[in-house]
Design a protein. Structure first.
Lengths: 200, 136
């Protein structure tokens, strides 16, 4: 996990004690990272802004529940993720499958896919071109997990704790997420390189 | 060759310039709301405690005035020289006759009264709004 993004302990202690000046400094320090994390999950600027504001308000109201033994950033991201999922559900009635794993909790992964294989199997220039787009097409549960692991540098145990799910579920979801991302990337790669793409 | 995670880290959505102001304004509104709620509770507490103090004085005042404790206490003013001569015995007698129950009953509304007053006089902080004017 990226500890550099966490905040100085004396500042955090004062903020948690209810010192508004310290809390506003904490907001200034973590706001960009939180916004980017939330935006990558919901892919909507207006919604991401509302979620970020709601997340900070919840963090202020429930600051006494924060355990200083743990990372404040992780605690904040947990609130942010819950708020994002709640708001997405409220905004438009989404099917239950949108928030659940396709293969279920106890699926047995026969083939292990390593992330390096995704990079190796595709042309790097084009990969950079449509990686963000492909990530946006990934179901939200996979997208959230892959962002936590590869962008925020959480390991699978930390991600499981943040998402409030068993490690084994997260482990298999990680594999399914990688495989689905590869499928989307390959499809995009193929459509870009097909002769018909020049006519579009 | 790029690491897989590099592709994730290269995606950097632009943070809206107005977001910090929006968040701090939201927090300021919440703090004002909390202060308003505390203020209302303090007023309720103040009214209850004043009624409590008045009730205790009204119902237990006569009991207290007729008690041995009160008679001994009055000796302090009527015969201070005797009290000074036997100060230790006087102290013990006072402790022995101390009406504990009325005292506790009196302390409860008194504590509530001080708590309510402390909340009423605590001014709500305006930092979230002042930090806005400072940073923007």
């Amino acid at each position: 996990m990226n500890l550099l993004m966490d905040i100085p302990k004396p500042l955090l202690t004062k903020a948690i004690a209810g010192d508004e000046q310290s809390f506003s400094k904490v907001v200034q320090l973590l706001l960009p990272a939180l916004y980017q994390f939330i935006f990558l999950i919901v892919r909507d600027h207006d919604l991401a802004e509302d979620i970020v504001q709601e997340t900070w308000i919840k963090a202020w109201k429930h600051r006494s529940r924060f355990d200083p033994k743990f990372s404040f950033k992780t605690w904040l991201y947990t609130i942010g993720k819950h708020t994002a999922f709640d708001m997405l559900k409220k905004k438009q009635p989404l099917p239950l499958s949108f928030f659940s794993d396709e293969a279920g909790e106890f699926s047995f992964e026969k083939e292990i896919l390593h992330e390096a294989e995704i990079v190796r199997s595709l042309d790097q220039a084009s990969l950079a071109e449509y990686f963000d787009e492909a990530l946006g097409e990934l179901p939200i549960l996979y997208r959230t997990l892959l962002i936590l692991v590869y962008r925020e540098d959480y390991d699978l145990h930390e991600a499981a704790s943040l998402l409030g799910e068993p490690y084994n579920t997260i482990k298999s979801r990680h594999q399914r997420g990688l495989k689905q991302l590869r499928v989307i990337l390959e499809r995009k790669h193929a459509s870009k390189n097909s002769p018909h793409s020049y006519l579009e | 060759m790029h690491e897989f995670s590099d592709y994730f880290k290269k995606i950097t959505p632009v943070v809206p310039a107005s977001l910090e102001k929006k968040v701090l304004l939201g927090l300021h509104a919440v703090i004002l709301e909390e202060a308003r709620a505390r203020h209302q509770w303090a007023i309720v507490g103040l009214m209850l405690s004043l009624s409590g103090v008045a009730g205790v004085v009204w119902f237990l005042g006569e009991f207290l005035v007729q008690s041995t404790f009160w008679s001994l206490l009055m000796l302090l003013f009527s015969d201070p020289s005797t009290v000074a001569n036997a100060f230790q015995d006087f102290g013990y007698s006072l402790l022995e006759t101390l009406p504990l129950l009325p005292l506790i009953l009196f302390l409860i509304p008194l504590t509530l009264l001080f708590w309510s007053l402390s909340i009423l006089f605590a001014t709500p902080s305006k930092h979230f709004s002042s930090s806005l004017s400072f940073t923007h």
